[in-house]
Design a protein around this ligand. Structure first.
Ligand SMILES: [Zn+2]
Length: 202
């Protein structure tokens, strides 16, 4: 199909540069993702390839030592989605469930980085809960790089923890980071949607 705006520059591939199969994952307010193969978003028929945030996939026990995790209702109409425990709102929900304290996610991550034991437990449980479905998604798609966007991607020690946990759970072994912060720091989801719209690929 001819591009609608012929002078539109090819989007910079960012952290997916040089990789054939890229799983872009969002850890923002919620959890989402998209799959790019050979530089092209797999989005046929308006599909949801790479969307690991929804579906009843959350474990009933998580963390070290394990603690019971309630099944939360999700905005998509299902229950127990990764979205309910994985993004900023999910982190806050987990912290409230585990410790009875209502804190914004940026306070939880700051406390965690300052050595707070309760925040550390919340992050321990969150990383455990989201790493299994993300690892499974990597196994299924064959992705060899997983750039993370969204607000939580700015917490680079958290991304490093998720990377370690995911690499321990996938079948293929990598001796370099697999889950990494994305290069596009400002509203990558909106920019991606705009690029798709301009390309007439929606
Ligand atoms: Zn859902």
């Amino acid at each position: 199909m001819m591009p609608i705006v012929s002078h539109w520059p090819k989007p910079a591939p960012g952290r997916g540069r040089g990789y054939r199969i890229v799983l872009g994952a969002i850890l923002g307010t919620g959890v989402g993702g998209g799959l790019v193969v050979d530089g092209r978003l797999i989005n046929a028929e308006g599909g949801f390839a790479g969307e690991w945030g929804h579906g009843p996939a959350v474990a009933s026990m998580a963390g070290t030592p394990p603690v019971a995790i309630p099944i939360f209702d999700c905005g998509c109409g299902q229950r127990g989605c990764v979205d309910t425990i994985g993004g900023a709102r999910g982190m806050e929900r987990l912290h409230l469930t585990l410790h009875g304290k209502s804190l914004p996610s940026h306070e939880i991550t700051t406390l965690w980085q300052n050595g707070d034991a309760e925040a550390a437990r919340t992050i321990d449980v969150l990383v455990d809960l989201i790493s299994s479905p993300l690892a499974l998604t990597v196994n299924i798609t064959g992705a060899t790089i997983v750039p993370i966007g969204g607000g939580l991607s700015n917490v680079t020690p958290l991304i490093a923890e998720i990377d370690k946990a995911v690499r321990a759970r996938i079948l293929r072994k990598f001796d370099r980071p697999l889950v990494v912060p994305g290069e596009c720091r400002i509203e990558p989801g909106l920019i991606g949607a705009a690029v798709l719209g301009l390309a007439g690929d929606v």
